[in-house]
Design a protein around this ligand. Structure first.
Ligand code: CA
Ligand code: CA
Ligand code: CA
Ligand code: CA
Ligand code: ZN
Ligand code: ZN
Length: 558
């Protein structure tokens, strides 16, 4: 009995599908070319168009539902010509969601002449795992069948209910994926009326077609597990458009951007912080023999290693940040290139006309908002010995090391200038420079020597930002026993005696807001405070452009 029933459903479905296969294909193409989605919870009361406001009670006053649904990318009504009618249309059903429903009566006609008769077919361009709806009719008898079809249009699941005036739930589940459903009547009465309502389709137990955080990833696919599996199981947070907080939206990291920047191909991970920097360089013979400012593989790898080693925690449970460097090495990283410049000097600095014209000519527009842009000239002309300049916060930076382009100088200065883009100053959150207890490449004291790793003020060659673990130093009342970590001691005033209660200016090199007076100096946790908002810099288009930091710390000779 069941097998016979199954066979008859399949035959009915195949008959219908044979006649409408081309329609299905066309509808699918039309749908996928339209961006706007419609809520997947298609209760008849939530449909677009005038039917939403005031559906008529008679078929001749309206059009088949599929006429209104052709911009729904998730469910396409391709057969049956059912129309949305008002509940006053006398179908005698109860249990539907008021005031409308989807109605069928082969004895009637829609205003376009089509006949609203079962079977109805609903096609899902993205296969779903469950489809359910209410079905019933006031004076019709027999059974109503909801059949699920797989990608080859074979019946894979079905549900049968005796037709009653009280609408009943029909539900089919097929985890490998339902491509379409067919609603068929097996009628024993003369009339073959049918009412459907409250269509729902679900994938993995949630309703498709909703993107709550507007990051181009469906809520159903943002599984919030912290584990990336695929574009339909991303592990990201459905209520956070940038789950890992790196300034790049989840959808862009998973799917690539709308302007075809292949971020996933470049290694972006929606659950781990990523930074992208493009480097363009000058070749010149200013001040010394002809030389290139192209950063070496080793130099950019040193910076990448420092970011990878950082204590920054990611949603996938890893620590560190992935720095993607484009120095024109090939593959998807062909953005970095030589800029032909006559004199080796970048006139002005970031956002100057020369910088902007180089950027317009050498930086792909679809990288804007995703990549930082670094130019390496011989120098920029606001300060002849300056090692660099950067926006704070922002997306543009300059590394200008004149004749001193060792991998150490280049890597440390890239990390220093990027730090300004990430909203970090020469004193962390303040401009106060040369603080011996601010253990960061942002600090001139540690930019080229590298940070300290044994709790004495001289740097030890380590490329790093600060983690904020050094003690507070009050220049009016220094306890030399405590050094910069609590121990070992440090003789701040150089009198060869370790004392308590010393008053001494320990960062007198600072020419800014703290070098000339005795102040209290504090460390700053750079890693915990990196800001990624600078990517959104509008490159001079904003009424208030970003602050620009000149880094007049001259590089040591190689
Ligand atoms: Ca989303
Ligand atoms: Ca999200
Ligand atoms: Ca992100
Ligand atoms: Ca990321
Ligand atoms: Zn040069
Ligand atoms: Zn600086």
């Amino acid at each position: 009995m069941k097998n016979l029933l199954k066979l008859s459903i399949m035959l009915a479905a195949l008959l219908v599908l044979t006649g409408t296969n081309t329609v299905i294909a066309q509808e699918a193409v039309v749908s996928s070319s339209i961006e706007a989605g419609v809520s997947a919870n298609i209760s008849a009361s939530a449909l677009p168009g005038n039917i939403n406001v005031d559906p008529p009670p008679y078929f001749v006053q309206t059009l088949p539902l599929q006429t209104y649904m052709n911009n729904n990318t998730n469910a396409v009504f391709v057969g049956g010509n059912g129309a949305v009618l008002n509940e006053t249309s006398n179908f005698g059903v109860t249990g539907h969601s008021s005031p409308n429903f989807l109605a069928y009566n082969p004895g009637a006609q829609n205003s376009d002449g089509s006949i609203p008769a079962l079977p109805a077919i609903i096609y899902f361009p993205n296969p779903v795992n469950n489809v359910s709806m209410l079905a019933g009719a006031g004076s019709t008898t027999g059974t109503v069948i909801l059949a699920a079809l797989d990608a080859s249009f074979a019946v894979v699941a079905f549900d049968v209910k005796t037709i009653t005036p009280a609408m009943q739930l029909l539900s089919v589940t097929w985890n490998p994926g339902i491509q379409a459903v067919v609603v068929v009547g097996n009628f024993t009465s003369a009339n073959e009326w049918m009412v459907l309502d409250n269509l729902r389709f679900q994938d993995g137990g949630c309703t498709l077609g909703i993107d709550s955080d507007n990051d181009r990833l469906d809520d159903c696919y943002e599984t919030n597990t912290g584990v990336y599996v695929s574009p339909t199981d991303t592990g990201t947070d459905p209520l956070n458009p940038d789950t890992d907080g790196d300034g790049i939206k989840d959808g862009d990291e998973v799917l690539g951007t709308l302007s075809n920047l292949d971020l996933p191909g470049m290694g972006a991970n929606p659950l781990r912080k990523d930074i992208f920097i493009e480097y363009d360089w000058f070749i010149d013979s200013l001040d010394c023999a002809n030389h290139s400012h192209r950063p070496s593989v080793n130099a950019v790898n040193m910076v990448a290693q420092a970011f990878a080693n950082s204590p920054v925690l990611n949603p996938d449970g890893t620590t560190g940040i992935t720095l993607h460097n484009d120095r024109g090495q090939g593959g998807l990283f062909t953005g970095g290139n030589l800029i032909n410049d006559a004199d080796g000097v970048l006139t002005g600095g970031v956002n100057s006309p020369e910088f902007m014209s180089h950027k317009a000519a050498n930086f792909a527009s679809n990288r804007h908002g995703y990549f930082h842009y670094c130019i390496l000239p011989h120098r920029y002309n606001t300060n002849s010995s300056s090692s660099g300049q950067a926006e704070l916060p922002g997306d543009d930076l300059i590394v200008s090391l004149q004749c001193f382009n060792s991998d150490t100088n280049v890597s440390h200065t890239i990390m220093h200038e990027y730090g300004h883009n990430a909203n970090i100053r020469h004193g962390g959150n303040v401009n106060c420079n040369y603080k011996p207890n601010y253990n960061s490449v942002m600090n001139y004291k540690y930019q080229f020597p590298g940070v300290d790793n044994n709790c004495t003020p001289p740097g030890d060659g380590v490329l790093n930002y600060s983690i904020g673990d050094r003690i507070v130093l009050n220049e009016n009342n220094l306890n030399e026993n405590n050094g910069i970590c609590g121990a070992p001691p440090w003789d701040w005033n150089g009198n060869t005696i370790i004392e308590n209660g010393v008053a001494f200016n320990i960062n007198s090199q600072d020419s800014g807001d703290c070098g000339g007076t005795f102040t209290t100096l504090t460390d700053y946790n750079d890693w915990a405070n990196l800001s990624f908002t600078g990517l959104q810099d509008a490159d001079g288009a904003l009424p208030v452009p970003p602050e620009i930091i000149d880094c007049d710390n001259p590089a040591p000779e190689n």
